[in-house]
Design a protein around this ligand. Structure first.
Ligand code: FUB
Length: 577
């Protein structure tokens, strides 16, 4: 399903997360019996009203009874990012207005006519107005194309309401005796059912349908396609194996939500309404932003940054604090990348608890390394287990190929520690070392396949740690991170929690230790957890860490970075914040 080409022109504005998708403008297209019906409009980036772009009007589903235009906000934003003026129309429903399907279709036709009349005002080519919809909304879209009645009284029915093409997400197009809802519409189906009103003027149509759809079955869709083709019209039918009705909604399946958008895009390219190439599922998830001070990620809460350079590009893997978190109840992990430290890409969630059969909660501090041409992503869950997922690229998607934890302290607390969290991996001369642990730092070698332990888990000794009295009393807290500079291994870690702890470091000539305590890496941050990583990029060193400056809440943290310098003896010059 995943495609390799990554196109980064999608969603170039910060903050395009689903919950935040909003139309660029809302305009009333009809007022009836005191009810104002609105068109929710999305423009392409930089759209000028003196342009003439193609447009598409979507109608939401809900069985003619309910629903709202925001159902199609995601599709609208996507198609706007591809160069169309995309709209989602409000129409009367049984729940909101006590109306019947007849009024829904009348509103659909009014909406299409309004776009036609206002094409010039909104920078739309009046010859390139399309329609789309889902379920009952697919019926409405098709109705604007093929049903002859259903015109609002008083409306100028000589104004075209016919779309030039239809993009239909499991539409319900057959209401005849063998179709859906015949018991509701009876013999009225002859006027109401799109299938029974097809003619040579029906526009090119894309139908996207789950094979398990029971409302508009694949057989009904095939019959519709056959009839269209007998009439000399194009009808593409895409069947999605194992999917039921409403499968294209984001709440049902992220993958289908994106895949149907991409498939719609390809259909629109084939008709000449879009140019270029569709996005990939991965690139749709991307958010592009510029660093403006610290925290540098502002559109979501992120913590526990682990930074690596792969092929000259810097990647920062983070955990993801929930917007309303009251504990570290995180559910997925993100990766951010840059090649200049200013322009950043959030590649979206690269792994989530729902992708891991054996893990239920607490998606905490991760790390990722490259070995043997693959990328291995190490992640702690449930404060008790560490898993490993694999990908061909640093941005995932990562797959839990092992299917079980790599580290699990169940029945092995003495050996593995009470809290095996915060994994990080160093590769030295081809050998991978896995560090982890809260309160008890541990290290273990990994086998060459990166998914099995080589030898026993060992305690990581920090000599002189008792000298670290200033903050937390000579203590190892969590977040071990080892990097090599010249011939020295540096162990970065948090020396506790609260207002007096920070990131400190110890050094060794051996990645297995023992390490010798050296001192502080930086000032105390605002959050009571400290977690970081140090990386060299383009000849300079940087420390990545998190604070809670954006939220003032310890469970809603944000990642930051600053340059770090060393003195002539290899000691870290403490970063002053
Ligand atoms: O993010 C959850 C936990 O908070 C991490 O595992 C710790 O290092 C601390 O940052």
């Amino acid at each position: 399903m995943r495609k390799s080409l990554i196109i980064s022109l999608i969603f170039i504005v910060t903050g395009t997360l689903y919950a935040q998708i909003k139309p660029d403008t809302i305009a009333a297209y009809k007022t009836i019996n005191g009810t104002e019906l609105n068109m929710h409009i999305f423009f392409p980036t930089g759209h000028q009203m003196d342009e003439a772009k193609p447009a598409i009007v979507f109608f939401h589903g809900g069985g003619f009874k309910q629903g709202s235009p925001d159902h199609f906000y995601g599709q609208c934003r996507y198609l706007a990012s591809r160069g169309m003026v995309a709209m989602s129309a409000q129409y009367r429903t049984e729940k909101s207005n006590g109306t019947t399907p007849v009024e829904c279709i009348k509103d659909g036709k009014s909406a299409m006519r309004w776009v036609h009349v206002n094409a010039e005002k909104y920078g739309i080519d009046p010859q390139k107005i399309l329609a789309g919809g889902g379920s009952a909304g697919g019926h409405i879209a098709a109705s604007t194309a093929v049903l002859s009645g259903f015109n609002e009284s008083g409306e100028d029915s000589t104004i075209s309401c016919q779309p030039k093409a239809l993009v239909l997400f499991n539409p319900v197009l057959n209401n005849g005796p063998d179709g859906y809802g015949y018991e509701r519409v009876g013999e009225f189906y002859k006027h109401f059912s799109p299938h029974h009103n097809l003619s040579e003027s029906a526009p090119p149509t894309l139908i996207m349908l789950g094979t398990e759809d029971r409302l508009f079955t694949p057989d009904m869709a095939k019959a519709y396609k056959t009839k269209m083709e007998h009439l000399g019209q194009r009808c593409d039918l895409l069947l999605y194996e194992g999917q039921g009705h409403a499968f294209f909604n984001r709440g049902q399946s992220e993958e289908m939500y994106y895949q149907t958008m991409i498939d719609a895009d390809e259909f629109l390219i084939s008709l000449g309404y879009l140019n270029g190439q569709p996005a990939t599922i991965q690139s749709i998830n991307e958010v592009h932003f510029k660093k403006k001070g610290n925290p540098f990620v502002k559109h979501l809460y992120t913590a526990d940054p682990s930074a690596h350079v792969f092929n000259d590009r810097l990647y920062v893997y983070t955990s993801h604090d929930e917007d309303t978190a009251t504990y570290f109840n995180m559910i997925d992990w993100h990766v951010f990348s840059t090649d200049n430290l200013i322009d950043w890409t959030d590649h979206g969630a690269i792994l989530s608890l729902k992708d891991i059969d054996w893990a239920n909660k607490w998606a905490w501090a991760p790390d990722c390394v490259e070995q043997n041409g693959k990328y291995y992503f190490y992640y702690p869950v449930e404060r008790a287990k560490i898993g490993v997922a694999v990908s061909d690229t640093p941005t995932g998607p990562f797959v839990d190929e092992l299917g079980e934890p790599l580290i699990d302290n169940t029945g092995q607390i003495e050996h593995i520690g009470k809290e095996p969290i915060d994994p990080s991996v160093l590769i030295e001369k081809g050998q991978a070392y896995l560090y982890f642990g809260c309160r008890e730092p541990k290290v273990v070698k990994l086998k060459n396949n990166m998914m099995a332990l080589k030898g026993d888990v060992q305690d990581l000794k920090i000599k002189g740690i008792e000298g670290d009295k200033e903050h937390f009393g000579g203590f190892y807290g969590e977040a071990p991170w080892v990097f090599k500079r010249n011939d020295t291994f540096y162990l970065l870690y948090s020396n506790g929690w609260g207002k007096t702890s920070t990131l400190v470091y110890a050094t060794s000539k051996n990645p297995m230790g023992p390490f010798t305590f050296q001192g502080e890496v930086m000032d105390v941050v605002s959050s009571w957890t400290s977690h970081g990583s140090i990386v060299q990029f383009k000849g300079r060193w940087y420390v990545f860490y998190h604070n809670m400056d954006l939220s003032n809440n310890n469970y809603r943290r944000s990642v930051c970075f600053d340059e770090l310098t060393f003195d002539e003896n290899g000691k870290i010059n403490k970063l002053k914040l």
